[in-house]
Unconditional design. Structure first.
Length: 567
């Protein structure tokens, strides 16, 4: 069997990624081809015509690798294979070929910070003695205390609980500790080890040779680490504003260290072996002043900015964020990225329909995240779904007019609300089980899509679905929207088609407005976008109206509405 998918895209375009509309697929929840309740690669292949009609330029595939699903597939057993529950390498080739035949590029998730504890290298490490080459692939340390019973540091993992796990040695005695930034089933790699670096270069080539056009790099800011003694305590890190925002000099022991860019320089050499060069985008939660380094042409080329995702529906906040990020992209030579929803956050149609953040949340990261609503039970009656969807459509149409790449998450084109009421017994996200009462998990945005208004899983498959779908999903089904001119699906199709026609140079000119609640800008060629964030209707400027996110009132723009005009 050939391991190379022929390039069938119409033309070589080295810059296709700069202003691409990218659709994120969470494979287990997109389409199920065999009725086992789990989405799979053949299911994706069967829906390529839908993706083509939607009008996206690329698909980003969340992890599809063999995994125990301790973290939704981000615990990888084998980086160069497909989870048997999702298909085979042959299925992957067929999917890649179908996407390329439809003119759609393929981006895949790569998870370099950690493996699964079922990875063959970690199993070998557990069976090997301290100090062995096998253990040097991960981060093992002796414990403190009289008998090594105290972890090497008191740091917490991202998912809660200690960031160190003690192992039982081959002779049955308590042994060393290994470091895991996330779940204990996700041991961190030691990126100081040349063997790790070489193996990931092999992985990048493996998927690139199979037709992958780019990579989304998970936890891109977490690979390089410095655990020199004495390690700072948790309290000392917190005093320095632990995480990312307080470290602008690369001094944090495991976040955003300068050495990570040496790794990406090696990756860039591999990307440039291909024509067109393979692309990459970093998931890097770092201080804004340091994000450009991930997006440099010598590195990954692009980095997610999550600023709009974290913003309130507010004109001044949007304008500040857009201006800052376009300047940042220009300085790095990259293009910006824009996103409102993904597999880790509450869907923005729901976030925008929730009451404004209270005093305890205001001013914090993701103040409008909806976390409190979920923890309180996720009652849909507490969501102004009509307002939320109206704002979501307006925000998305504004985003699609911006220079740079737009990332869309599966189901947002249907106007899906968050599935907030999942019984505890049916939840899957490890953050829920590790932090009961503190974290509710991310399952609500990962519920399988409704393709039809009927059936055991609303057309997701012939059987059930691995996460429960609420009954109200039927009203959002593709079958209910595709022939309805004013549906959210029809709106997305129109917006993406127009975007493809209107997209030009990566420039933006802000237009003056007498109303602070209005954002208006012009793109090259006379394309104008106007968004009304306020409550009162406003007059539109001169020009032919091409599309609006909600019905217009003559030549006036209602509240929470975006319109595109040709001026």
């Amino acid at each position: 069997m050939s391991t190379t998918v022929p390039e069938t895209l119409p033309a070589v375009d080295e810059n296709w990624w700069r202003q691409a509309a990218v659709y994120q697929i969470y494979p287990r929840s997109f389409a199920d081809s065999n009725g086992d309740g789990i989405g799979d690669l053949p299911g994706i292949t069967s829906r390529v015509p839908y993706l083509k009609e939607l009008g996206v330029d690329a698909v980003w595939l969340s992890p599809f690798y063999p995994s125990a699903l301790a973290d939704g597939g981000y615990d990888v057993d084998d980086y160069r294979n497909v989870d048997p529950r999702l298909g085979t390498l042959e299925d992957f080739d067929e999917m890649a070929s179908a996407l390329h035949d439809a003119g759609i590029r393929l981006i895949v998730d790569i998870v370099p910070n950690h493996s699964s504890d079922r990875h063959e290298w970690f199993r070998e490490a557990l069976a090997s003695p301290p100090g062995s080459p096998a253990r040097e692939r991960y981060i093992f340390r002796d414990g403190k205390g009289k008998n090594g019973e105290v972890p090497p540091s008191d740091w917490d993992s991202v998912f809660g609980g200690p960031a160190w796990e003690r192992v039982t040695e081959a002779d049955g005695t308590p042994g060393q500790w290994y470091f895991h930034l996330f779940a204990k089933e996700q041991p961190d790699f030691n990126w100081d080890n040349p063997e790790i670096r070489e193996d990931f270069l092999k992985t990048l080539r493996f998927w690139s040779d199979r037709g992958v056009d780019g990579f989304r790099v998970d936890v891109a800011h977490g690979m390089a680490k410095d655990f020199s003694e004495p390690m700072p305590s948790k309290a000392e890190l917190q005093a320095l504003n632990t995480g990312t925002d307080g470290f602008v000099d690369g001094s944090h022991p495991f976040w955003d260290r300068d050495a990570v860019h040496e790794i990406y320089a090696e990756w860039r050499k591999v990307f440039n072996e291909y024509t067109p060069a393979r692309t990459a985008v970093a998931e890097a939660w770092v201080h804004p002043d340091r994000r450009a380094r991930y997006a440099s042409p010598e590195g990954l080329g692009q980095a997610f900015n999550f600023d709009l995702l974290q913003a309130d529906f507010d004109a001044e906040e949007f304008r500040t964020i857009i201006t800052k990020n376009l300047a940042e992209a220009a300085a790095s030579g990259a293009s910006s990225t824009w996103v409102f929803s993904n597999h880790d956050v509450i869907r923005h149609a729901t976030r925008y329909g929730l009451p404004a953040a209270g005093p305890a949340e205001a001013g914090t990261i993701m103040a409008n995240s909806g976390k409190s609503w979920l923890l309180d039970g996720g009652d849909p009656a507490e969501v102004d779904a009509e307002l939320g969807l109206r704002r979501a459509r307006a925000a998305t149409q504004l985003m699609l007019a911006l220079p740079g790449s737009s990332y869309l998450y599966q189901g947002e084109e249907l106007g899906l609300q968050e599935a907030g009421q999942i019984p505890d017994s049916q939840r899957q996200d490890p953050s829920f089980f590790r932090n009961p009462g503190v974290e509710i998990g991310r399952d609500g945005c990962r519920v399988p899509l409704p393709w039809s208004a009927e059936g055991a899983s609303f057309g997701f498959g012939t059987g059930g679905s691995h996460l429960p779908q609420p009954e109200w999903f039927a009203g959002f089904a593709v079958s209910e929207q595709e022939d309805t001119p004013d549906s959210t699906l029809s709106f997305y199709r129109q917006a993406l088609a127009l975007r493809g026609e209107l997209q030009g140079a990566e420039e933006l000119e802000w237009l003056p407005s007498t109303d602070d609640s209005v954002l208006a800008f012009r793109r090259p060629g006379g394309w104008i976008s106007v968004t009304n964030f306020g409550k009162a209707s406003v007059e539109l400027p001169e020009g032919e109206v091409l599309l609006s996110s909600a019905p217009l009132e003559g030549r006036t723009l209602p509240d929470a509405t975006t319109a595109w005009l040709r001026g």
